[in-house]
Design a protein around this ligand. Structure first.
Ligand code: GLY
Ligand code: MN
Ligand code: MN
Length: 422
């Protein structure tokens, strides 16, 4: 409310429940903005903030309903919304339409994300119309509709120490799942079995589950960036790429490791792996307040491109291959994104058209990779079908960084050791 300024109101609603097929719903996940503001996870919730008002925080929620609660589960109800979630006032969700006009009348700025949710748009447009037509009665419409995302997401981008603690927990569970996968994977198993082990580890340790769809790609499936079928057989001599992060209490980790299914890297795999690792370690070492995500990316591109030339994947000098964009044949994604409640977390990446300097409390991933398609043209055969990514979660601190996922084995020696069963 301090970020909103005086004489303003904010209207933030929850997304609709979505059917998966027939009459079965996906498990409900509160949108991160509403959860961040309220801690309220139930569907059909709306938060209305009015800084300076007698009751600044109103929450609209599903009312208690003995019959529905037998079928769908417990509800906080209007009593719980006040008692347990700190709302100054709570009303049944069905009363939003009837109360909205008087709650937003006469404010200058109404913070509302137009176009994000048609059901809310419809209510708001009707209420705005009502207010415009009723101005003679002293209730005027807001002067401006302001997108709440910028100010709200600036808050979400800088993590409090409590948020960092939650993410640490997500990172610890995620680390355990990657270690368990390295130990368990062997030729003849299915990618699905490893995915099951990851899901089991996440849930067993109290996580919600994966914060995004896990990627478990053996062999050249690892060269498909968003491979999520996860149903092929693991083969002797191939690598397994796992990109999986646990969501814990609404915050997700995002970790990738690539390891040999047989427990030992081949010489060709080692050469590729070491290049990706070197690029990642150099970028991590640059992480500190003032550094930018673009600098981390440029660092990785430079090291990876030099490696691609050394392997014979590209011809020319490093500068030429970067200039021409040739390196993108084997490294086609960016290196970093913000991390938090959403895996690709909110927060703008540029300020005044310039890459934004990182600050203490921000969390970024650093995730360089090398992807050599099985049918890539003009590459030595021994490298075909090799896909490698290494990804860690980096907290920017006052004097540098802390790698929240440092517990997952990463050097060639550490990874090979973790792949041994005994
Ligand atoms: N797992 C999504 C990403 O690494 O960005
Ligand atoms: Mn990532
Ligand atoms: Mn990832």
């Amino acid at each position: 409310m301090a970020a909103m300024g005086p004489n303003s109101a904010a209207l933030i609603g929850s997304p609709p429940e979505i059917l998966r097929n027939g009459d079965s719903s996906y498990p409900y996940r509160q949108c991160s903005d509403l959860y961040y503001l309220t801690g309220f996870a139930e569907p059909q919730a709306t938060v209305l903030l009015r800084p300076g008002a007698d009751e600044p925080y109103t929450l609209f929620v599903r009312p208690r309903d003995a019959e529905r609660e037998i079928w769908d589960g417990r509800r906080a109800g209007v009593e719980g919304a006040v008692k347990n979630f700190g709302a100054d006032k709570a009303l049944p969700a069905s009363e939003l339409r009837g109360n909205l006009a008087k709650l937003i009348a006469n404010v200058d700025d109404l913070y509302y994300e137009l176009g994000a949710n048609p059901a809310y748009d419809e209510i708001l447009l009707a209420v705005l119309d009502e207010l415009r037509r009723g101005e003679r009665r002293g209730m005027r419409a807001p002067r401006r509709i302001v997108d709440p995302r910028f100010s709200l997401h600036e808050l979400r981008l800088r993590k409090s120490s409590e948020e960092v603690e939650v993410l640490r927990r997500a990172a610890a569970i995620t680390s355990e799942a990657h270690v368990e996968s390295m130990k368990a994977a062997k030729a003849g198993m299915g990618e699905n079995e490893i995915e099951a082990l990851i899901n089991y580890t996440f849930r067993r340790r109290g996580g919600t589950g994966p914060g995004y769809t896990s990627i478990v790609g053996g062999g050249d499936n690892a060269t498909i960036l968003h491979y999520i079928e996860n149903d092929a057989e693991l083969k002797e001599g191939e690598l397994l790429l796992i990109d999986a992060g646990c969501e814990y209490a609404f915050y997700t980790a995002d970790v990738t490791r690539t390891f040999p299914i047989s427990g030992r890297f081949t010489e060709a795999q080692k050469r590729c792996y070491q290049i990706v690792l070197d690029s990642q370690l150099q970028a991590i070492a640059m992480s500190k307040p003032g550094a930018t995500i673009d600098e981390l990316h440029d660092c990785c591109v430079r090291v990876l491109t030099a490696g691609m030339i050394e392997l014979g994947l590209l011809q020319g000098t490093v500068d030429e291959c970067i200039q021409s964009g040739d390196y993108k044949k084997f490294y086609m994604h960016r290196t970093s994104h913000w991390l938090g409640m959403d895996v690709h977390d909110v927060g703008v990446y540029t300020l005044d058209n310039k890459p934004r300097p990182m600050e203490p409390g921000m969390i970024v991933t650093i995730e360089p990779g090398l992807y050599i398609a099985a049918d890539a043209e003009g590459v030595p055969d021994e490298y075909r079908g090799i896909g490698i990514r290494i990804e860690d979660d980096i907290l920017i601190t006052a004097d540098g960084y802390e790698n929240l996922t440092a517990a997952v084995p990463k050097t060639i020696a550490e990874v090979e050791a973790a792949c041994q069963r005994s």
